[in-house]
Design a protein around this ligand. Structure first.
Ligand SMILES: N[C@@H](CCC(=O)N[C@@H](CS)C(=O)NCC(=O)O)C(=O)O
Length: 212
């Protein structure tokens, strides 16, 4: 059985949707750096960055990094719809997955933990780092929205890994509130992704209230 280290409202939601698309049974271990009562020590043993999502395969292989996990599942389960069988379309999906991980997820992390990004942090400096990280994040989502035009989904004719990661990561640090004013049609696609029957139960479990 696959073991997924994750927590409510975190990036593990995208991996749960993907595991279900693959028809794989899995067990969730609640772990996160912001929940001291969680299995954080156990997570640290397999991922020293203590980041979720982290997935352990049935053979014991550990995969962290959400894009890597989704790509692995898509390659291992070609019938899952996570990645396209068409090479050009898949190339674009891989670009999108790595784009989100490198440019959006990372900026969320700076916004969440600004004290990690300046020496001798104080309240004001943290606030300034957070403000700058959010501005960069929102700009990066704008660029994403202009690069990846839904047709009708980000992955093409059916939703896939790129859709699920975009829907999850856009829930944080005011990204959707920002997109509401700049790219409202793209925001509608994000809403449609999380309302899709493949994703809706997982999103409902992770986020009780709908996002902007
Ligand atoms: N590059 C990683 C980032 C994962 C990440 O930052 N996850 C957050 C939760 S959504 C986390 O575990 N943060 C804990 C910390 O940085 O202390 C990925 O794409 O999966």
């Amino acid at each position: 059985m696959h073991v997924l280290y994750g927590s409510r409202g975190s990036g593990s939601a995208a991996i749960e949707v993907a595991l279900q698309c693959c028809g794989l049974p899995f067990r969730v271990v609640r772990a996160s750096t912001w929940e001291p009562d969680s299995a954080i020590a156990e997570l640290e043993k397999i991922n020293p960055l203590k980041q979720i999502p982290t997935l352990v395969l049935p053979d014991g292989t550990v995969i962290s990094e959400s894009a890597a996990i989704l790509i692995h599942l898509g390659i291992s389960h070609p019938g899952s719809g996570l990645l396209s069988p068409n090479a050009s379309q898949r190339a674009s999906q891989l670009r999108g997955l790595v784009y989100i991980a490198a440019n959006c997820y990372s900026a969320v992390s700076v916004s969440d933990f600004p004290e990690r990004w300046c020496a001798d942090p104080d309240k004001q400096t943290n606030a300034r780092v957070r403000t700058a990280a959010r501005a960069q994040l929102h700009r990066n989502w704008e660029i994403f929205a202009e690069l990846f035009i839904p047709a009708p989904w980000l992955s093409g004719t059916t939703p896939g890994a790129l859709d699920y990661l975009a829907a999850v990561v856009s829930r944080w640090s005011g990204a959707r509130e920002h997109l509401q004013s700049t790219h409202s049609a793209f925001l509608q696609t994000l809403h449609a992704i999380e309302a899709h029957p493949q994703a809706a139960p997982v999103f409902a479990r992770h986020w009780a209230a709908p996002a902007a």
